[in-house]
Design a protein around this ligand. Structure first.
Ligand SMILES: [Zn+2]
Length: 126
């Protein structure tokens, strides 16, 4: 027996390309999370560059005894849209992409957080 199509699309409905849908999704995400735009600000770019030059290796890899270049600057304590926490250098750490995308997201989802590393200030001695 023939199955009905899973979604009905009216023939008069405008045809939206994948790019149109992605653009709309981006726009909605920006509306829901206006802090996403903070990543484009010079203040954040400066914090990011400072952190990566101070700690060029992933701190989580180091804790596991491995050496991996850091490419992501992560907020140790999730900022959740708090501007002060977002732009706090002390609240950042260098991570590799694997640790940021896998382990850190899992930690945040579980509600756990890490304590800031000992050298949280720029120029701090190790
Ligand atoms: Zn790592």
């Amino acid at each position: 027996m023939p199955k009905a199509p899973s979604t009905f699309k009216a023939p008069w409905a405008p045809v939206r390309s994948k790019q149109d849908r992605e653009r709309d999704n981006d726009m909605n995400r920006r509306k829901r999370h206006p802090w996403r735009n903070w990543y484009k600000l010079a203040a954040w770019k400066r914090i990011r560059a400072l952190r990566l030059s101070a700690d060029p290796l992933c701190v989580m890899c180091l804790a596991e005894g491995n050496t991996m270049a850091a490419t992501v600057v992560d907020h140790i304590e999730p900022h959740r849209g708090n501007r002060e926490m977002f732009f706090s250098y002390a609240n950042t750490q260098s991570l590799c992409e694997t640790h940021h995308n896998r382990d850190k997201q899992r930690l945040e989802a579980s509600g756990e957080t890490q304590s800031p590393p000992a050298s949280a200030e720029p120029g701090a001695c190790r």
